[in-house]
Write a protein of this length. Structure first.
Length: 312
């Protein structure tokens, strides 16, 4: 009996979810997060862009933008919906106090508003292509390329037929993958705005989140499927709950997805599909998962915490 109890205990330990190795607190709820140049950039609801060192997790600086007027005429810090960083430049999308959104560029110690409410753009996500060009994902599933130096919109193209859910650039930044509520992923050539192809047949409902590493795309579906698109053979993993976030390691050999009602994460081998580790999640559903390297992962949701795990 003692041996059986010991074996059962060992099995439990082997299958127990790994807790976060660290939890980093921000001053406000997190709405977006990116990693660049060894730093974590978090877009928050009222506390600006909080920046952390990706090794020590110490806060190194905070970027703020001007307050806005709410419906009562009171000045308040705006919510920031999306952030990205490239070289020495940071771009962010924020609420304007009106129907549409502002875009600020922070460069050389200067904060410039490059898009305001009068442009009529309901921007959900922004990403740098290079120092002179930005890519926007709009709520109506429209992709917009902006030339910063000329302050012009190069093109606006419709990605799919549904509402925008997520977009991610290929590692070379020549393609952008766009996910929508119809369960399809549209591949667009960034330079021209030309539709290259549409990935379909795996997700049949809203795709909440996608990631793109090497020649592999992973998708998080409201249909309870984790999709994996790659040239060597695409497939999906059935889960028991809506999948809200996914991530791929830099080599795309390891994937992770939110799994179950306890906010846990499942780490798996993308080739064999074998489970590698189970991770304890946060207090809310995580909507962003980013590998710092092959064995370090961070995640965040709509709370004021960044979770960090080490994967065996």
């Amino acid at each position: 009996m003692k041996i059986l109890a010991l074996l059962n205990g060992l099995v439990f330990i082997l299958h127990a979810a790994i807790p976060p190795a660290a939890v980093i607190k921000t001053d406000a709820l997190i709405s977006d997060m990116v990693v660049n140049d060894g730093k974590i950039y978090t877009a928050t609801d009222g506390a600006g862009i909080e920046i952390f060192d990706s090794k020590t997790f110490k806060k190194v600086s905070v970027l703020r933008i001007p307050d806005i007027k709410n419906s009562d005429g009171k000045s308040i810090p705006p919510k920031i919906y999306s952030v990205d960083h490239y070289k020495d430049s940071t771009v962010l999308v924020s609420e304007s106090g009106e129907a549409f959104r502002n875009v600020y560029l922070i460069r050389d110690g200067k904060t410039l508003k490059i898009i305001d409410n009068t442009r009529g753009l309901l921007i959900k996500k922004v990403r740098f292509l290079d120092l002179d060009h930005l890519l926007f994902g709009l709520s109506g599933d429209t992709i917009v390329l902006m030339d910063i130096s000329k302050n012009t919109l190069v093109y606006q193209v419709q990605a799919g037929g549904g509402a925008f859910r997520d977009m991610v650039l290929s590692p070379s930044k020549n393609l952008v993958a766009v996910a929508d509520e119809g369960g399809e992923i549209t591949m667009i050539e960034v330079k021209s705005g030309r539709h290259v192809k549409t990935l379909r047949g795996i997700n049949v409902d809203n795709i909440n989140h996608i990631d793109y590493k090497q020649n592999t795309i992973i998708s998080a579906g409201q249909d309870r499927r984790v999709g994996l698109y790659r040239a060597g053979g695409s497939y999906f993993i059935e889960t028991d709950f809506f999948v809200y976030a996914v991530g791929l390691s830099p080599s795309a050999s390891i994937g992770v997805y939110t799994d179950g009602t306890e906010n846990e994460l499942q780490v798996f081998d993308t080739t064999s599909k074998a489970n590698i580790a189970r991770l304890q999640g946060g207090e809310v559903l995580l909507d962003t998962l980013i590998f710092l390297d092959e064995h370090r992962l961070i995640g965040s949701g709509e709370e004021n915490k960044i979770y960090y795990w080490r994967i065996p």
